[in-house]
Ligand binder design. Structure first.
Ligand SMILES: [Zn+2]
Length: 376
């Protein structure tokens, strides 16, 4: 399929080199644009890359894209930066609009096709505004069901394990309630280093870096428009906008304003430590006069509904266990990894084409409404 050609590289290094190549294109509009490369983590050559520039005459607003907070999800994010550079740059006025594009907030995860960092941290549970205020055992539902979420030895018989997990999940749902199990996931946990949805004991290097950028943009511009790109959540092959609970507008109001079909709001109980929430809190407390639009944009894979959510739980739990404890059989290992891949960066061309189409819808809706794009 020609439409998707060049947008979906097969590894992190290819994706990064495509991203670095955008500098030339961007410099045609913002001659002062620069590429910043920040080394992250214990391994060599994992970097966050950022292309940024002030507006040429007057910093009235800035377009801010972040990708790869959840490692493997960064491939779709990088495709969005690529798409924006190819199709929308010409509709942006560089005289008054600055630009800041970030490739791979979690480069280790992107390189290794994992969601978490090399410290097993889910970055979107790591941006606590006030870390001291969150007790390490805050997630009671997770504690209660922790045998479900923690690795439990080498995988010897995958079909048995899948059955067992399915039974455990259904049992947990019937005894604790569906919302309690969803909460165990969404809230994150700060107690079990090898468990899923781990938020970390301290701030990750990436979180320190991103907080600095958030501060800088909020102080340099009166208007900041931020799209943070993810995959998996929401209806399959569609875009879903997920808005911070710090944004005072309700779901219906947001739908009317942005003309998007799928819009969800975080409640603070659902997610602790997500980065857009941090951005809004920082703005409210330190830059109250700055206008901030900041939301997550998700491309759905498994779909929504109970069946899809059970599949997601099982995939996440098995992949984590495979990482820590391994599997006896190669075929089991491959099945888990391909299921994980299907959840966050599917190989099929229809999905890839759909996210380009849906990405266009999302960008036109949000960047059009927020006055970044001048489409006549
Ligand atoms: Zn994500």
């Amino acid at each position: 399929m020609d439409a998707i050609k060049g947008y979906f590289p097969s590894n992190y290094e290819q994706s990064r080199s495509t991203f670095r190549g955008h500098l030339e294109t961007i410099k045609r509009k913002w001659p002062e644009a620069e590429l910043t490369t920040v080394h992250i983590g214990k391994e060599e050559d994992n970097t966050i890359d950022m292309i940024s520039s002030n507006a040429i005459h007057n910093n009235e607003q800035v377009l801010f894209f972040t990708t790869g907070e959840h490692g493997i999800e960064g491939y779709a994010g990088a495709a969005m930066i690529h798409l924006m550079t190819n199709e929308y740059l010409e509709h942006i006025d560089p005289a008054t609009t600055g630009i800041c594009l970030i490739h791979a907030l979690n480069p280790w995860g992107m390189r290794n096709f994992r969601r978490v960092t090399e410290n097993n941290v889910d970055l979107n549970r790591n941006y606590l505004y006030n870390r001291a205020s969150v007790p390490h055992n805050v997630n009671k539902n997770y504690e209660k069901e922790n045998e479900l979420f923690l690795p439990d030895g080498k995988i010897t018989d995958l079909s048995k394990e899948k059955m067992k997990l399915q039974t455990q999940l259904v049992k947990a749902i019937s005894s604790e309630g569906y919302s309690a199990i969803k909460e165990a996931k969404g809230m994150g946990q700060f107690e079990f280093e090898r468990g899923v949805y781990y938020g970390g004991k301290k701030e990750e290097e990436t979180a320190i870096f991103l907080k600095k950028i958030q501060n800088q943009l909020l102080s340099d511009y009166p208007r900041v428009i931020h799209m943070d790109w993810h995959t998996a959540l929401g209806p399959a092959n569609e875009i879903t906008m997920v808005v911070s609970s710090e944004d005072e507008r309700g779901e219906e109001e947001l739908k009317a304003i942005y003309d998007l079909k799928n819009i969800q709001k975080f409640t603070p109980i659902k997610v602790k430590g997500d980065s857009t929430n941090h951005f809004h809190k920082l703005k409210n407390e330190q830059y109250p006069s700055t206008y901030l639009f900041s939301a997550l944009f998700e491309f759905g894979t498994f779909g929504s509904g109970l069946k899809a959510e059970l599949r997601e739980f099982i995939t996440i739990i098995l992949e984590n266990r495979l990482y820590w404890d391994g599997a006896e059989k190669q075929v089991d290992r491959e099945w888990i990894l391909s299921e994980f891949r299907e959840m966050f960066y599917p190989l099929n061309d229809d999905w890839k084409k759909s996210i380009l189409d849906e990405g266009r819808l999302g960008m036109e809706a949000v960047l059009g409404k927020e006055g970044i794009l001048k489409i006549s």
